[in-house]
Write a protein that binds this ligand. Sequence first.
Ligand code: FAD
Length: 291
Amino acid sequence: MSSIRINDLTDQHKYSVSFEVFPPKTIDKMENVVSAVRQIADLKPVFMSVTYGAGGGTSDYTISIARDIQEKKGVPMMAHLTCITSDKQQIQSQLARLRENGISNILALRGDIPDGFTPTQIHFRHAIELVREIKAFDPDFCIGGACYPETHPEARTQEEDISHIMEKVNAGMDFLISQMFFDNASFYSYMYQLREAGIGVPVHPGIMPIVNAKQMKRTLKLSGSQLPHRFRRILDVFGDDPKAMCQAGIAYATDQIIDLFANGFHSVHVYSMNNPAVGKAIMDNLSDILR
Ligand code: FAD
C-alpha cells in the first residue's frame, strides 16, 4: 500500500481542509464526475474521500476514482466502505482491491439499512464488526469512522451512541469524521462529551456548504441535522435568489470553518457535493489561513 495515513497527513499541517466526493450512479456519468473530482483535487486538499453506495452500482467506482486521483493528482485518498449489505467474502474482496490499488485509508461504516432489507443472514451488523474484519485482514490500513454530534437517528440516547463510538475506537479506529452540523456550539458540546468519555482520537468536523434551498431540504432529511435560527433567516431571505443563496451558503460554511480552527480543530472535512466552484470559493476564503 502506498498512500499516507490520514493521521500522519493532518499532523503535518497547522490547519487543513479535506473534501468528500461521490461516485456516479451509472457509468455514463463517470466522465463528468471524474472531471469535477479532478478539479477539486487541484484545490490541494490535505486528502480526499470517496463515498461508497450501500448496494447498487457505485461500489466499484469508489476505488477507481480514488486510484485515479491519487495517481494522477497526487492527493492522498480515503475510500468509504459500508458493510450492512455485504458478506465476509465481498468485504475481503473489496479490501484486497483497495490494497492492490494503493489505498490505505478506509472510512469504515455500517451503511444505512435499505428499505425492505430482510436478508437470511447479516454478516456485519455494526461498523465495529467491519473494523475488526479490516484489522484482521491487514493491520496496516488506517481506519476512520463516523460520529454524530446530534446523535445517530437510531440511537436511544447520546450516551449510548457515544459508548458505541468508544467501542469502535477501542476496536482500532484511528480517527473520526463527524456528520454535518450547522451549529458549532452543538459540536463543541459533543466534543466535550467524547473527550469526557475517554475518546482521544482526532475528530474531523464535517461541514456541508449549503448553496441552494432544495439542497438544504434534502440534506436535513438525510442527516437529521438541526438548522439554527441564523441559517433559517439566510434561507428565508436569500432562498429564492440562487446567486445570493450560493454566496451566503459559502460565507456561512467558511465562517463555521474559521470558528473551528480558532477553537482548536485543525482539520475540517468538507462535503463538496462534487462542486469544484464551491470548493474553490471556500479554499480562496481560507487562502491565508491554510498557507
Ligand atoms: P454504526 O457505528 O454501526 O452505528 C449505527 C447505529 O448503531 C448507531 O445508532 C449506534 O449507536 C448503534 N451501534 C453501534 N454499534 C453498536 C453495537 N455494537 N450494538 C448496538 N448498537 C450499536 N453511508 C453510505 O452508504 N456510504 C457512505 O460512503 C457514507 N459515508 C458517510 C460518511 C460520514 C462522515 C458519515 C457521518 C456517514 C456516512 N454514511 C455513509 C452514512 C452511514 O452509513 C449511516 O449514518 C449509518 O446509518 C450508520 O453508519 P455507522 O458506521 O455510523 O454505523
